[in-house]
Ligand binder design. Structure first.
Ligand SMILES: [Zn+2]
Length: 420
């Protein structure tokens, strides 16, 4: 397929120019004047919920939602039921994903058996079966000695530990960031220290073992500072941030609906205690958000990952402290990020790098190729985030009802057009 007239942003060569692209072997031409072409995005952190929680998401629907969001590759977290802690389960995920013919799905194996934090999974077997990384995401590994061993296996297998860095004892029964907003709302808080102490511990263990640690969804200013210092020292660490942590302050729990960079129109406030704002790690205050952007721009943060966490409404239509953690994020990520770029918070080329080459580097994946995996973006298209507009079964996003700009209008995976 020939694509003509697009503005092609190629983060591998650092070029940004109008030129022709040739993808796959099929004949045909797409007139892409006015569109942006980039390599397909890679999401290092997606929850697909299958097997076990198909009412919240399926592999097929999640992979289709990914493509709609511009992600041609997603790495899926193992917190399914059963947990992805055996080679046969990884194989099943890969087969179902292949049948869906949407985004490529790369499974992440669990660090510990059934994610119980007690005994390691057979990490070597899982790596052989195609695990691209290991994680106990959602159930942060509390046992430092076990994490040490996990990092040693990660090193031996050439894989990465994707680390939900959080001290569970400190986080306790918190449901949002511990600060002014939580005090006002009377909700139990999760202190920033719960993240900071866990990152510090795991950086020390990466230094000790030489195993690679990837800090998932960093959300605090001091977390970013710890990673920055460790990188300078040569500790094998990479790091990701989510669009919601980049855009939404903890005031969103109280009903604010203004993006961190947007003070132009002060969007209409919503009711407080909207469970769609409940996410772990929690939304943080503006000072943290500014530090996250600084880290993203200077390369301390290597990748933007969605932490797409779809939930059926039964898990969210309950009291705030009873609701499940998580935001459905695959389909809104690009629009949110383009809004930030439009406000001057990041250069578009850097943004695309953090969605493509950056994540590939974190997990040691093949570099994205403009000959195989490509997305076409209409930067001027507008759409409204609505239940019917979302392909994902998870409609749990505090952006529902919001008018957004930027839309993926075509996506190619392995040379084949899978979204048109
Ligand atoms: Zn997590």
């Amino acid at each position: 397929m020939r694509i003509v007239g697009a503005r092609v942003i190629d983060p591998t060569s650092g070029t940004d120019e109008i030129r022709e692209l040739s993808i796959g072997d099929r004949a045909g031409t797409i007139d892409a004047a006015g569109l942006i072409a980039t390599p397909g995005f890679i999401d290092l952190h997606t929850h697909l919920r299958e097997p076990g929680f198909e009412e919240s998401e399926t592999i097929a629907d999640g992979a289709r939602a990914a493509l709609r969001g511009g992600f041609t590759t997603v790495c899926c977290m193992p917190n399914t039921e059963p947990v992805l802690d055996a080679p046969g389960l990884l194989e099943e995920v890969r087969e179902r994903a292949a049948a869906a013919k949407a985004a490529r799905v790369l499974p992440i194996g669990s660090i510990t058996r059934a994610r119980k934090g007690v005994a390691l999974s057979d990490m070597a077997e899982l790596a052989d079966a195609g695990a691209v990384a290991f994680s106990d995401d959602g159930a942060p590994l509390q046992d430092a000695r076990l994490m040490r061993y996990a990092l040693e296996y990660a090193r031996a297998t050439g894989r990465v530990i994707a680390d939900h860095a959080q001290d569970a004892v400190l986080a306790a029964n918190g449901v949002m960031h511990e600060g002014e907003a939580s005090a006002l709302l009377g909700l139990p808080g999760i202190p920033s220290a719960a993240e900071e102490t866990a990152i510090a511990r795991d950086l020390a263990l990466a230094r000790l073992t030489g195993g690679r640690v990837h800090i998932a969804h960093v959300s605090t200013a001091r977390g970013v500072a710890l990673v920055r210092a460790a990188k300078r020292e040569g500790v094998p660490v990479t790091c990701e941030v989510t669009p919601h942590h980049l855009a939404l302050t903890d005031d969103w729990v109280a009903g604010d609906r203004t993006f961190a960079w947007d003070r132009r129109n002060g969007s209409a406030a919503a009711a407080p205690y909207d469970t769609a704002t409940k996410v772990n790690p929690p939304l943080r205050p503006r000072a943290d958000i500014e530090a996250l952007w600084q880290g993203l721009r200077d390369g301390t943060i290597d990748a933007i990952a969605t932490d797409h966490a779809p939930h059926a409404s039964t898990y969210k239509d309950v009291e705030y402290d009873q609701a499940a953690f998580g935001i459905s994020g695959l389909e809104t990520a690009l629009s949110v990020l383009l809004d930030a770029a439009g406000a001057g918070w990041i250069d578009l080329g850097v943004l695309i790098e953090r969605l493509t080459v950056g994540p590939a580097r974190c997990f040691g994946l093949d570099a994205p190729s403009l000959a195989r995996d490509v997305v076409l973006i209409d930067p001027d298209a507008e759409w409204t985030v609505a239940i019917d507009a979302l392909i994902s079964r998870g409609k749990n996003t505090p952006l529902l009802g919001r008018r957004m700009g930027g839309r993926v209008v075509a996506a190619f995976v392995e040379g084949e057009q899978r979204l048109e």
